[in-house]
Design a protein around this ligand. Sequence first.
Ligand code: C2E
Ligand code: MG
Ligand code: MG
Ligand code: MG
Length: 282
Amino acid sequence: HNAKEQGLELNRYAHAMQMKAQERLQLENDLRKALDRGQFYLMYQPQVNLASGLVVGMEALVRWQHPQRGSISPAEFIPLAEESGLIVPLGEWVLRQACKQNKIWQEAGYRKLCVSVNLSMRQFRHSHLLDNISGILNETGLEPAWLELEITESMTFDKDRAFEQLRKIKEIGVHISIDDFGTGYSSLHYLKDLPIDRLKIDRSFVNEVMEDRNNAAIVSTITSMAHHLQLKVTAEGVENEEQLVFLRDQHCHEAQGYFFSKPILPSDFETKFLRDVDKPAG
Ligand code: C2E
Ligand code: MG
Ligand code: MG
Ligand code: MG
């Protein structure tokens, strides 16, 4: 490369970086308006009890319908929302929406299900979290036992703080699960003391449980540990029947994954999983 070519390349690089930064800034701006403009919506994915084959719960998963870019995945905008602080009002919206929907379905006379809602680090740390949760439960009339909050291992890093926050949430009767279990940093020392109800085994282990003996060992060890700690255990990312059979053999309580259903719109969830309450799924 001569000096001129190098200069051009640097220029191109700087330009690309600037575009990235601009795009990001634009997306952040759009995100700020999205809540007021009603561009968020929830999808629901069923959670199936492996002993009975019945749907016993659903996870609420947020989506953003961007006016130009179409549907944007939470993997893309949740980190942005975290950084800008928007996750706090967005998270509150998700929680309210999920509780409201669950209450509507209960009132309609369907068998009662538990709704799981993901919490972000920033929400979990927020001092008004508990007030927000009880406020929403009051307002929607949903009994706390039909709500489960999903946190990740990284949120329990500050043990004393996490313990306090979790204890208060448990006190009002809401359930707590640890999401993506096995991918974070929680030590067994934390796990034994934290007031939690459930472990959700990360889908990276479940996805290749039949292909990789190490994954099978991890899944069966987490399941057995959960039993010994008297915790419920859910396998995420179940995509085929072989995986399901393996999990059932391990006495894993519940499973979630594309094998049963992808996350779907509330109207589809109602048609597929609530109307035929006695029809086992899977
Ligand atoms: P998550 O909480 O672990 O949710 C499960 C994710 O795995 C969902 O992706 C779901 O569509 C996907 N999934 C479920 N079953 C399968 C399967 O069998 N195979 C595969 N390949 N994937 C499966 P989604 O909806 O894109 O959400 C991604 C992540 O974004 C969530 O992971 C969660 O961490 C976060 N998220 C979603 N909604 C919210 C929310 O309302 N608040 C917060 N803070 N985070 C959220
Ligand atoms: Mg989750
Ligand atoms: Mg998660
Ligand atoms: Mg997960």
